[in-house]
Design a protein around this ligand. Sequence first.
Ligand code: AMP
Length: 139
Amino acid sequence: MSYDPENIFAKILRAEIPSFKVYEDEDTYCFMDIMPRSDGHCLVIPKTPCRNILDASPAQLAACMATVNKVANACMKAFDADGITLQQYSEAAGGQEVFHLHFHILPRHEGVATRPPGKMGDMDQIKAHAEAIAAALAA
Ligand code: AMP
């Protein structure tokens, strides 16, 4: 399977479509999932192309994990969370829908189930959540 540069996250990286930015550095970008399965659900992607965990380089994975670690801790603060669920799907059979490597960060609260996938969130609330995570990162 080859990388398709027209996938939606590649378009987000090229700013051809909008996203709610949370954080970026030289190698990674973090933005909000627009169909959040928990408050603060965000995605970490490498800035360079790869489909998923199967073709990612050690450098891409290391850069993503460093950002996941930063953002996950910021989410704990921003949402007074009890924990974090980290998800990654590879290829359609593995549940992947967008074929640019991404890690889902879901802030979790004790006893609160995740919401079902595929339901568009409230954009004002998602924007506010992005700002809350960014503020926790800056603190
Ligand atoms: P998956 O490939 O199954 O790991 O999931 C792709 C994720 O991308 C889903 O959680 C979608 O809600 C999310 N998603 C799809 N389009 C966008 C978009 N334009 N901006 C932010 N998140 C998106």
